[in-house]
Write a protein that binds this ligand. Structure first.
Ligand code: NDP
Ligand code: HSE
Length: 433
């Protein structure tokens, strides 16, 4: 059978890895796909660098539109990143009747609805396994493997850069900046690492997962996002002594009144599986009503782990290339006409446990005052410790039972006005799953 023709947009970390895997495993891949996968054109900015990497058998261009408009190409592989140009290229490829494989979560989180609608109208596929969890086949698992389940919630470490930073800060005492520089060197971080450390990258991935888990539209703008830039080293250390570990988690949960959709630093029990996902590794814990909890673990970033997912999509698309579009797996797991408009809850409506750290004047009655203020808002204290502090002051740490974020905010507001306070209240969310 004639080979399927690929056009690569980008030959950077992921594009380069994809090229390597396609060359090295060509025979195995074609045995699986049923035909050869042949890269016929590549778009980059630096032609000489790309030529040195791939040799002279492939056409290289610095005009990405030449690839998406090339009539010979069946599948466009978008690995340029960014949103504006990537959106134009993907929509143009779809318009030209080409399938698209992309690793671009920023693009799909912001323009997924438009792109999937355009693809459905044209009868082409947009595959994006590499956009979430790098090499972990989490999209395949949610869209196909767990399809019998009513998914109740999922929680994941879905940004390798921040997991690497938090791991290095905790275990090797690196500063935030040192750990970030290493993550950049290792190719984990986005071109602009702000997307990683501010939580945007994780929220983009979570938005896609939530959409496929619950059959809701992609709603990135409704996600609550808090990154790790304000994380303080002392909280990582105190949490460790209390039996908790700090992770940047993406959490989405179905409740009777809506969907929780949130990314923030979270304390989880040190013994839990997620707490032991270290370095740049990713893991997603999914709770389905039939199967219970399942955990998906692996490398969430980097050249070949991400290429593994890109190539898996290429094989899937190749196998289904000639199938009736109506018989393909829907882009977002649910049939487009069956998507539900369940509201995404505001962060104030979220319920979880809380870690509250504050420095107070070391005098009698202080504990009672703070406990009294928490009680006014119906917040129950699970445990409390006092840590050494400067003379005349004490550092108090409270772990609360599950409470509503709005009540916690109001209680913190009231506590911070008390005369005994010597610091702001540091608040971290706690989950035990
Ligand atoms: P890189 O910056 O390493 O590579 C980008 C590539 O795109 C480069 O080859 C660059 O060319 C090319 N490029 C950029 N702009 C243009 C343009 N206007 N015309 C033609 N070519 C262009 O990015 P990554 O490989 O890290 O990321 C690519 C995508 O994969 C992003 O969406 C990212 O979010 C996603 N992703 C990345 C992961 C990772 O581990 N890095 C993991 C999962 C997803 P040149 O080489 O000449 O500069
Ligand atoms: N910058 C991302 C990360 C790459 O660190 O996880 C994978 O999407």
């Amino acid at each position: 059978m004639e080979s399927i023709k690929l056009g690569l947009l980008g030959l950077g970390v992921v594009g380069g890895g994809t090229w390597n895997v396609l060359q090295r495993n060509a025979e195995e891949i074609s045995r699986r796909a049923g035909r050869q996968l042949e890269v016929v054109q590549i778009a980059v900015r630096d032609l000489a660098k790309a030529r040195a990497r791939v040799g002279h058998d492939v056409v290289i261009t610095d005009d990405a539109f030449a690839v998406v408009n090339n009539p010979e190409i069946d599948i466009v592989v978008e690995l340029i990143g960014g949103v504006t140009l990537a959106r134009q290229l993907v929509l143009q490829a779809i318009d030209q009747g080409k399938h698209v494989v992309t690793a671009n979560k920023a693009l799909l989180a912001q323009h997924g609805t438009e792109i999937f609608e355009a693809a459905s109208a044209k009868g082409v596929m947009v595959a994006f396994e590499a956009a979430v969890g790098g090499g972990i086949p989490i999209i395949k698992a949610i869209r196909e493997g767990l399809t019998a389940n009513r998914i109740e919630w999922l929680a994941g470490i879905i940004n390798g850069t921040t997991n690497y930073i938090l791991s290095e800060m905790r275990s090797r005492g690196l500063t935030f900046d040192q750990a970030l520089a290493q993550a950049q060197q290792l190719g984990y971080a986005e071109a602009d690492p702000a997307a990683d450390v501010l939580g945007h990258d994780a929220a983009q991935k979570l938005t896609l997962l939530a959409s496929m888990a619950f059959g809701i539209p992609v709603q990135y703008s409704r996600a609550y996002i808090e990154g790790i830039t304000d994380v303080q080293d002392q909280d990582i250390q105190i949490a460790e002594r209390l039996g908790f570990r700090l992770k940047l988690l993406g959490i989405t949960r179905r409740r009777a009144d809506g969907i929780e959709l949130r990314v923030h630093p979270t304390l989880i029990p040190s013994q839990s599986l997620l707490a032991n996902v270290e370095d740049a590794m990713n893991a997603v814990l999914v709770n389905g009503d039939a199967v219970g909890q399942t955990l998906y673990y692996g490398k969430g970033a980097g050249e070949e782990p991400t290429a593994s997912a890109v190539v898996a999509d290429l094989v899937d698309v190749t196998r289904l290339h000639t199938a009736d579009p109506g018989h393909r797996v829907p882009h977002l797991a649910f049939q487009p006409h069956s998507m539900a408009d369940i509201p995404v809850l505001a962060i104030e409506q979220v319920r979880c446990g809380y870690y509250l750290r504050m420095t107070v004047s070391d005098q009698s009655g202080v504990l009672a005052q703070i406990a009294g203020e928490l009680a006014k808002f119906d917040i129950s204290i699970g445990s409390m410790i006092q840590e050494p502090a400067d003379q005349g002051t004490a550092t108090l740490i409270f772990l609360t039972h599950v409470a509503m974020e709005r009540d916690i905010n109001e209680a913190i507001g009231a506590i911070e006005t008390m005369a005994i306070m010597r610091s702001k209240v540091t608040r971290l969310r706690v989950e035990t799953f």
